[in-house]
Design a protein around this ligand. Structure first.
Ligand code: GAP
Length: 517
C-alpha cells in the first residue's frame, strides 16, 4: 500500500498559515486542540462555498424528476435549543464515542482510532523471540510510529533485533476484550504496558448553562448538528411559508462536538460549520428522493471543481447505519491523509419519520401534515438529509486545489474554481509611476463593486503573480505604459500562465464571463 501523502498536508497547512487561510485558534496562548480560525482568505473562500451551496439549494434548487423546480427554503435556528431537543433526538443517550485514557501520559483517544500491533524482536546473544503489544493511532504514519517506538524500547531493554513489522495485522483496540492482553498493551504515546483504560462512553456534546444558576435545571447543550433546529421549526415553516411536501428546509451554521481526537487539520474539529438540508416528502416517495439527492450531491461537489475520481459514493450497509435510517450513503473524498482510501465529506441519510416522530412524542405537539389535496390524508413526512461540513468542504477545496510545480515562479499555487476563489482579479500597475497607478486604481474602484479585486503595487510583477497564485486568484490584470495609449491591460490566467490583451472597457465582462463558465 502506498504511504499516505502527509508531506503534502504539511505543505498545505504551512501555506494556509502563511497566506492567511487558516490559523490555529488562540495561537498566542499555545493554541487550543480542535479549534481553528479562518484568516482573511480562508473566510472569503469559506463564504464563497457557503454561498454557492445556498444558491444551489435555496435560491436556485435543482429541478425535480418531473422537471419542475424543487421548493427549498432557508432557516437560521438557535445554536442553543431546549434541552429536551437532544433527549428526543437521541443525542443525550446515544451521541457518544468510546474513549480510552492513558494513565501514564494523561492523553485521551477514541478507542476506534487505536490499533494494536504485535511486535517481535530478539535480544542480543539470545535466540528467544520476545513480543511487545504496541499501539498507535490508526492511519497516517502508524507503521513509522510503531517502528520508532519499538526500536526505542528494544534499546532500553539492552538492545536486540526488531523483526519485520506487519502493520496490516494490527488489531483494532476495541477488539481486545481480555484483560490479560489489555495489561500488555503499550499506549500510543506511553512507554509502559497496561496504562490504557478500558473504553468508556463519552458524550460529545458541550454542556453549558442558561440563566443565573448553574445546576441540572439550567443545563443546556451547544448543538452538535444544525439538523435538529430544522425539525423543531418544521411546523412553523409549513404554517408560514407556501410550501407543502415535497419541500426542503436548509440551514448553514456552527456545530460543536467535543471530539475525543480532533485531527487532520480542519477535517475533524470541535467547532465546525455544517450545511444541512432536510427534505420532507410523502413516505412512499422516500427511496426515490434519497437516490435523487445522493446523485445530486455528488454532481454538486464535482461542479465545485472536485475531480470525479477523487469522490466516492459509499453505501453504508445494513447493520452499520443508524437504526432509524432506511438508507445512507456517504460522499467521500480522497484526502491526502486517507489516500489511497477515502474519508467522509458529506452524508446523505434517509431518516424516515424518526425525528418528527420523536419530537412529536416528546413535545406532545402534533407534527402531522394534512394533505388537503388528497382527502385530508394525515402523515408524518419522511426525511432525506444531505448533511455536509462547510469547514470540511473548505479542506476539500484546499486539498483539491493545491498544486506543486517546480517550473513555475512560485511552485505552490491553488487551482480553485474561479467563481469560488477568494480574490477574482489582481490589479497591478507595472511600475508605481508614469500614470499607471492612477489607471490601476480607477479600474480597482470600478471593478471591486462587481467581484473581489485586490490592488497590488509592491515588488516585481513575478512576485505579485506568485502571491496571487498562492491565494488561488484566477486572473491578474497589469496596467503598463501601453495601457495609457491603447486603453487595454494584460490579463494573465492563473492555470495556463498565458497572457491576453483586454480592453479596459471590456475587462469586467471578460472576467464575469470566465467566472460564469
Ligand atoms: N445531521 C447529520 C449529521 O450531522 P454527520 O455525518 O455527523 O451527520 C455531517 O455530520 C457532516 O458534518 C460530515 O459529513 C462532516 O462533513 C461534518 N462534520 C461532522 N463532524 C465534524 C467535525 N468534528 N469536524 C468537522 N466537520 C464535521
Amino acid at each position: 500500500m502506498p504511504e499516505p501523502d502527509t508531506s503534502m498536508m504539511s505543505r498545505l497547512t504551512a501555506l494556509c498559515k502563511r497566506r492567511g487561510f487558516v490559523f490555529q485558534a488562540s495561537e498566542i496562548y499555545g493554541g487550543l486542540n480542535g479549534f481553528w480560525d479562518f484568516g482573511p482568505l480562508g473566510t472569503q473562500l469559506k463564504n464563497n462555498l457557503r454561498d454557492a451551496w445556498w444558491r444551489d439549494m435555496v435560491e436556485c434548487p435543482p429541478l425535480g424528476p418531473d422537471g419542475k423546480p424543487l421548493s427549498i427554503v432557508g432557516l437560521d435556528s438557535s445554536i442553543i435549543q431546549h434541552p429536551k431537543t437532544w433527549e428526543a433526538s437521541g443525542h443525550v443517550a446515544g451521541f457518544a464515542d468510546l474513549m480510552v485514557d492513558c494513565r501514564e501520559t494523561k492523553q485521551r483517544y477514541r478507542a476506534d482510532h487505536i490499533i494494536v500491533v504485535k511486535v517481535l524482536f530478539k535480544k542480543k546473544d539470545n535466540a528467544t523471540t520476545y513480543t511487545m503489544q504496541l499501539s498507535a493511532l490508526d492511519g497516517d504514519e502508524a507503521s513509522e510510529v510503531i517502528t520508532r517506538k519499538a526500536k526505542k524500547l528494544i534499546q532500553k531493554s539492552g538492545g536486540g533485533e526488531l523483526l519485520p513489522i506487519n502493520i496490516g495485522e494490527g488489531r483494532p483496540f476495541t477488539e481486545i476484550q481480555d484483560s490479560e492482553t489489555l495489561a500488555l498493551v503499550i499506549g500510543p504515546d506511553a512507554e509502559n504496558p497496561g496504562t490504557l483504560t478500558e473504553p468508556r462512553a463519552f458524550n460529545l456534546m458541550f454542556p453549558t448553562y442558561h440563566g443565573v444558576f448553574q445546576n441540572e435545571e439550567s443545563k443546556v447543550w451547544l448543538r452538535p448538528e444544525t439538523a435538529q433546529g430544522i425539525f423543531l421549526d418544521y411546523k412553523n415553516v409549513l404554517d408560514t411559508s407556501r410550501v407543502k411536501p415535497p419541500f426542503g428546509v436548509a440551514q448553514v451554521g456552527k456545530s460543536f462536538r467535543n471530539e475525543v481526537t480532533p485531527r487532520n487539520f480542519i477535517f475533524r474539529t470541535r467547532e465546525f460549520e455544517q450545511m444541512e438540508m432536510e427534505f420532507f416528502c410523502a413516505p412512499e416517495d422516500g427511496m426515490m428522493w434519497y437516490e435523487f439527492w445522493v446523485n445530486e450531491r455528488l454532481r454538486w461537489w464535482e461542479a465545485q471543481g472536485v475531480k470525479k475520481e477523487n469522490l466516492y459514493r459509499h453505501d453504508i450497509p445494513d447493520g452499520e447505519r443508524a437504526f432509524y435510517s432506511a438508507a445512507t450513503a456517504d460522499i467521500e473524498y480522497k484526502y491526502p491523509f486517507t489516500a489511497p482510501n477515502f474519508g467522509e465529506l458529506e452524508g446523505v441519510a434517509y431518516r424516515t419519520d424518526y425525528d418528527l416522530k420523536q419530537h412529536q412524542t416528546h413535545s406532545k405537539v402534533n407534527l402531522e401534515y394534512i394533505d388537503q389535496e388528497n382527502g385530508n390524508r394525515r402523515y408524518l413526512p419522511h426525511v432525506i438529509e444531505p448533511a455536509s461540513g462547510l469547514t470540511r468542504g473548505l479542506l476539500v477545496l484546499l486539498c483539491e486545489g493545491y498544486q506543486y510545480d517546480e517550473s513555475r515562479a512560485s511552485p505552490e499555487w491553488l487551482k480553485i474554481k474561479p467563481s469560488l476563489a477568494p480574490i477574482k482579479l489582481g490589479i497591478f500597475p507595472l511600475v508605481n509611476k508614469d500614470g499607471m497607478p492612477e489607471v490601476a486604481e480607477k479600474i480597482y474602484l470600478d471593478l471591486r463593486k462587481h467581484f473581489t479585486c485586490q490592488y497590488d503595487a509592491k515588488q516585481s510583477i513575478g512576485k505579485r503573480y506568485a502571491r496571487m497564485d498562492e491565494a488561488g486568484t484566477p486572473f491578474c490584470a497589469t496596467i503598463d505604459g501601453e495601457s495609457l495609449k491603447d486603453n487595454a491591460v494584460t490579463v494573465r490566467d492563473r492555470d495556463t500562465a498565458q497572457q491576453e490583451r483586454v480592453s479596459i472597457d471590456r475587462l469586467r465582462e471578460y472576467v464575469e464571463k470566465k467566472l460564469a463558465g
